[in-house]
Ligand binder design. Structure first.
Ligand code: OOG
Ligand code: MG
Length: 256
């Protein structure tokens, strides 16, 4: 049974206010029994609230595509969230830490879709819709206290989406096994894009499957973040950079 609309609205308001005020909130699961379908309905409402604030929808992100992330967060299936223009930063930009609760950063591969993807068409269609690939970083910021959440909680919270930084778009190429190095002022994390569901191209298929199930459109021009290649590390003041073999480097500066 799905929760009443008024409850879904109230949950979206609670998560949206937590994000806007940078004040964490306890797990929704403490108060309500939230199904995965309800969680996507809350997420849809969060997006609607952002659109009302004149933000525009620019793409989607996958989460929990790597085993390291699944283990780190104690979950076992992928999730999909929405990106808006207000979350986007360019290579070298400054990102103000005061707009987050407890941000973490992760190395990601970004894809760009050149054409609309028919959600009910063949799976291969999503790969042929991609016209560019870029090294990227995602800054996640769970609105839940201590980053503690259930699978449905994190979907409702737009999969902890907070910000992302894109490097330079490159021609489409096989990026399924590229070395990745993420350096923050405090930590270095290394890995391979092969950790992303055995390759980001597999992540595209998983994305199409999730978008099919939850009727999330995939349109020409959308950015797709394929999911972290390593566990997330704290995003702190100073320069953070991500190097992806053959794709280049993307940097961001955390400021106060
Ligand atoms: C959820 C977001 C996960 C990824 O790349 O796996 C994610 C979280 O860990 O808070 O974005
Ligand atoms: Mg991510």
């Amino acid at each position: 049974m799905s929760l009443p609309e008024t409850t879904l609205d109230a949950l979206a308001q609670r998560l949206d206010e937590a994000a806007v005020k940078c004040a964490d909130t306890p797990s929704l699961a403490d108060d309500v029994e939230l199904s995965v379908a309800d969680a996507y309905a809350v997420q849809q409402r969060l997006l609607a609230r952002r659109l009302e604030r004149e933000e525009s929808f620019v793409g989607v992100k996958l989460g929990f595509t790597s085993r390291a992330k699944m283990i780190q967060m104690g979950v076992s299936d992928v999730i999909v969230g929405r990106l808006t223009d207000a979350m986007g930063y360019a290579d070298g930009d400054c990102v103000n830490l005061s707009s987050f609760i407890h941000p973490k950063v992760e190395p990601e591969v970004a894809f760009r879709l050149a054409v609309d993807v028919d959600l009910d068409g063949p799976s291969a269609a999503i790969e042929s819709a991609v016209d560019a690939v870029a090294p990227a970083m995602e800054i996640i910021d769970s609105r839940y206290r201590d980053f503690r959440f259930t699978y449905a909680d994190v979907i409702a919270d737009n999969t902890s989406a907070a910000a992302y930084v894109l490097g330079t778009w490159q021609p489409v190429q096989d990026v399924d096994d590229r070395e990745v190095r993420l350096e923050t002022p405090a930590t270095t994390a290394t890995g391979s894009t092969a950790a992303i569901l055995d390759g980001p191209s597999r992540a595209l298929h998983a994305l199409l499957d999730m978008c099919r199930r939850h009727r999330i459109p995939l349109r020409a021009g959308d950015v797709v973040l394929a999911g972290a290649a390593t566990a997330a590390v704290p995003f702190t003041e100073g320069v953070t950079q991500c190097d992806m073999a053959g794709l280049g480097r993307v940097t961001v500066r955390g400021t106060r």
